[in-house]
Every structure is written in structure tokens, then in C-alpha cells.
Design a protein around this ligand. Structure first.
Ligand SMILES: Cc1cc2nc3c(=O)[nH]c(=O)nc-3n(C[C@H](O)[C@H](O)[C@H](O)COP(=O)(O)O)c2cc1C
Length: 204
């Protein structure tokens, strides 16, 4: 095993990366990340995850443009579903077009989407465990990651018609998303949040 202090540094030192080098991650390295992450535990050992990876930055760029164009079109026709995230997704295409601000994808060259079989015993938990393991392993290799709730909501709420096009089978539900790439930024220190706030359970 790694020494405990190495793991401590990894857990405290992993950070969200929102600046990426404009290049593909070496395919062999990306495959290694996916192969190792596939060992994450699943409830009842069901192992029914669906993992989709956007592994080419040119295709990613085309997808990014398509997503912002579709959001703009839906916003124009008042066709975005109304919820507390609608305002963000209605404004995002303009920010991208006029200011080059990529609020959803943060300029990442890749993303990983995770779904799980609808009959998996731990449908919602397995994908989050998978991505948690993947994030730590990827960051231990020097890669950058960011959990991406915005991409999750974008696909789940705003543009769900894209999920089958991305390859998600009907048997699976979409569960979460993570951005990935070579970081254009390095964090020098761990984050220190201090001691944990924990409730000591009293019983009898
Ligand atoms: C479930 C989850 C969803 C997140 N979604 C986004 C997101 O959509 N975009 C983003 O830039 N950061 C996202 N983040 C990153 C958090 O903002 C980040 O983890 C937090 O600010 C702490 O910073 P750190 O990760 O660098 O320690 C998400 C994090 C989590 C855990």
C-alpha cells in the first residue's frame, strides 16, 4: 500500500482543475485510468456501470459547440425546462459565444460520464464511488479532474435527448460526470480544513 501520509496528501491535495492544456491525454494513460477505476466496488458486486469517455479533444470541441448551440436554440424558443438551474443554462451560450467563457466544460479536453443499470441494487451510489476512485487515481498520475454537476444537469435536465446519442443504453440511467485532462495549473499545497466535525453517537 502507499504510505498513509501519501494517501493523506493525495486526499487533502486533490483539487478541482478548471484550466487544462489544449491536448489529448496520452491514450495509454487514459486507458490505465479507466482500467484501474473499473476496480471500484459496486453494491452486491453488480458491476453494471456504463462508462462513456470523450477521449478526443477535437470531438469534444464539436460536442461543446453543439451543446451551447442547442441550449441557445431551446432558450430562444422558451423550451428549457423550468427549474432553479434554468437561468444558468439560458445564459451559458451567450457567455461562450461572446466572451469565450466555457462555464460547463471549463475548457477540458475530455469528460467521463457514468451511468448504472436501472436494476442495479446501488444505482446511485456505484457511479459516485467509481468517480471518487477515478479522481484520486487520475490526480495521483498528475492529471486534472473536476466533478461536473453542470454537465450532469445539462444532460440530465436540459438536453436529455443527447444521452442515447452519447451511447447510454435504455437499460441504464445517467448518474454523473467528470471533466478530465492535462492540467494547465499545479496546486502547491494541500487544503487544510482542520479537524472533522463529527457527532459522537450516544446509545443507552
Ligand atoms: C458533486 C460535485 C459537483 C461539482 N460540480 C462542479 C461543476 O459543475 N463545475 C465546477 O467547476 N466545479 C464543480 N465541482 C467542484 C467544487 O466546486 C469543488 O470541489 C469545491 O469548490 C472545492 O474545491 P476543490 O475541489 O478544489 O477542493 C463539483 C464538486 C462536486 C463534489
Amino acid at each position: 500500500w502507499p504510505q498513509p501520509e501519501q494517501l493523506e496528501n493525495l486526499i487533502k491535495g486533490r483539487r478541482s482543475v478548471r484550466q487544462y492544456r489544449p491536448e489529448n491525454v496520452d491514450p495509454a494513460l487514459l486507458q490505465q485510468v479507466l482500467d484501474v477505476s473499473a476496480h471500484a466496488p459496486t453494491g452486491v458486486n453488480a458491476r453494471k456501470l456504463w462508462v462513456g469517455v470523450m477521449d478526443d479533444m477535437d470531438r469534444m470541441q464539436a460536442f461543446r459547440e453543439d451543446v451551447y448551440a442547442r441550449l441557445a436554440d431551446k432558450a430562444l424558443h422558451n423550451a428549457l425546462p423550468q427549474c432553479r438551474r434554468t437561468a444558468f443554462f439560458a445564459a451559458a451560450p451567450r457567455l461562450w459565444k461572446e466572451q469565450g467563457i466555457d462555464g460547463i466544460f471549463r475548457g477540458a479536453p475530455h469528460f467521463v460520464l457514468v451511468g448504472n443499470a436501472k436494476d442495479a441494487p446501488c444505482q446511485e451510489q456505484d457511479p459516485l464511488i467509481y468517480l471518487s476512485y477515478m479522481e484520486l487515481y487520475a490526480q495521483s498520475l498528475g492529471l486534472g479532474t473536476t466533478w461536473c454537476g453542470l454537465l450532469y444537469w445539462c444532460l440530465q435536465l436540459m438536453l436529455p435527448e443527447l444521452l442515447p446519442e452519447l451511447g447510454l443504453p435504455e437499460t441504464h440511467s445517467f448518474q454523473y460526470a467528470m471533466l478530465l485532462g492535462e492540467p494547465a495549473i499545479r496546486y502547491a499545497r494541500t487544503v487544510e480544513y482542520g479537524p472533522a466535525t463529527v457527532h459522537r453517537i450516544q446509545w443507552k
